[in-house]
Design a binder for this molecule. Structure first.
Ligand code: ATP
Length: 416
């Protein structure tokens, strides 16, 4: 990466500042030494009020954090999206979030900034080639905003009826890593998505399969952030939020299952919030989805992500496996996701990425432990019972998306 820039843009005053790979951290406060860092001599800031810094990791690339530094957090406040940071608390800052700092007894006069995180490769936005027939409608930029096992997701723009809006372009290229067989299967994804219409399923805006074919381009609506990233920041999801997430995911699953489609890769990375409100989410990545009623689509391979694969698939022989890819597979995966989100723990392993054989042994030999929820409120007890049914070892008696939706609808009041 040639240049990484995160910036805080001040509201109503001149104090904008940037973090780069050279300048990875700044202190904000009223002490003289902070001025070098950037902000400001405002007297209502603590001498060392907060620190904003960049950190790199292999999964997310550059991330920006804010850390509360005031010695007296009762007197001084540091807030992210109006939520006050505790003493010494560190928070991962996301694009579009608002930072406010100042005195606790003068909340009317907080300094306010909007965080912008621009991962810029070079300074100019470079365009990548779009097939001639689609050039009027789509523009692709070179910056990539996501990576999958088979694809790169680029920033893009769609111009329709005179209006231009941001979208993304998923690019799959035939390579050593993506075999011809795999590529051909992935080409089914946009066709399948095109036939679906549900508010919690990603919409395809357009697609193009090259002539050879060796390249697949899928333009989709732009999402904000995936549930894995959200979970890593929140650590534990409370029952109310779980309810909100579950209702939407299960509604999308019910829709798919009624149509005879099984997603086969339900996991937090494949569920994304549409925007910074964290209210609406959508299922993405239908690369492994299939119509289980369609005999032509028979394949006898094990697919999915180890931690989310159910016992019947781990147990299945080569000839049985195709007939076992049915809706209960998605339900189990959603059960694992719920277990992780509500308890902060994996049912099988501490770490997310583990060897598939080790996970299989644990799933088959050890079974699921009881859901270790924190408190014993009535809604937690209900969630515990639901998770036990989502993680039923027998796919035939495992609860369906429709059944859980029924329970959740009846118990809405408990989660308000
Ligand atoms: N519509 C979108 N808007 C914003 N980011 C997206 C969008 N679609 C995908 N991404 C990002 O790109 C990542 C990879 O996308 P996707 O899962 O579709 O690719 P894939 O190659 O099928 O991945 P895998 O097979 O590893 O699950 C996602 O986890 C997400 O972070």
């Amino acid at each position: 990466m040639s240049q990484t820039i995160s910036s805080l843009l001040g509201r109503g005053h001149q104090n904008n500042f940037k973090l780069t790979e050279k300048q990875k951290s700044i202190m904000i406060g009223s002490d003289d030494s902070c001025r070098k860092g950037f902000i400001c001599s405002e007297t209502y800031l603590a001498p060392f009020h907060c620190r904003i810094y960049l950190q790199h990791d292999k999964i997310h690339g550059w991330k920006t954090f804010i850390q509360e530094k005031a010695m007296n957090p009762q007197r001084y406040v540091t807030m992210v999206n109006k939520d006050r940071l505790k003493m010494r608390e560190t928070r991962w800052l996301w694009d579009g979030e608002e930072v406010q700092i100042g005195r606790g007894d003068n909340l009317e006069n907080l300094l306010s900034f909007v965080f912008q995180n621009d991962l810029v490769r070079g300074n100019k936005m470079k365009m990548i080639e779009v097939p001639k027939c689609l050039r009027e409608r789509f523009n692709n930029c070179q910056d990539d905003i996501g990576f999958g096992a088979h694809s790169v997701i680029h920033r893009a723009f769609e111009t329709k009826l005179g209006e231009t809006r941001e979208c993304v372009c998923k690019v799959v290229t035939l390579t050593k890593k993506v075999s011809k067989e795999c590529f051909e299967k992935l080409c089914q994804e946009p066709k399948l998505l095109d036939s679906l219409n549900h508010s919690n399923i990603i919409k395809v805006l357009g697609y193009h399969i090259g002539n050879n074919p060796d390249r697949l381009l899928i333009w989709q609506e732009k999402m904000y952030c995936d549930l894995e990233k959200y979970f890593q920041r929140e650590q534990i999801i409370n029952p109310k939020k779980w309810y909100n997430i579950s209702f939407q995911v299960l509604d999308a699953l019910k829709y798919l299952h009624d149509k005879g489609i099984v997603h086969r890769d339900i996991k937090p990375e494949n569920i994304m919030w549409t925007n910074t409100n964290f209210s609406v989410l959508k299922l993405i990545d239908f690369g492994l989805a299939k119509n289980y009623k369609n005999e032509i689509e028979r394949d006898n391979e094990q697919v999915g992500t180890p931690l989310y694969i159910p016992p019947e698939i781990y147990r299945a022989s080569f000839t049985e496996i195709n007939d076992l890819y049915k809706p209960p597979v998605d339900i189990w995966a959603f059960g694992i996701l719920s277990f992780r989100f509500l308890t902060g723990q994996n049912p099988f392993f501490e770490k997310e990425k583990v060897d598939i054989n080790a996970v299989r042994d644990k799933v088959l030999k050890e079974g699921i432990s009881k859901v270790p929820l924190m408190e014993r409120r009535i809604n937690e007890r209900i969630i515990e019972l639901i998770i036990e049914q989502l993680l039923d070892y027998d796919p035939k008696s495992r609860v369906t998306a429709n059944e859980v939706m029924g329970i959740l609808t009846n118990l809405q009041k408990l989660f308000e």
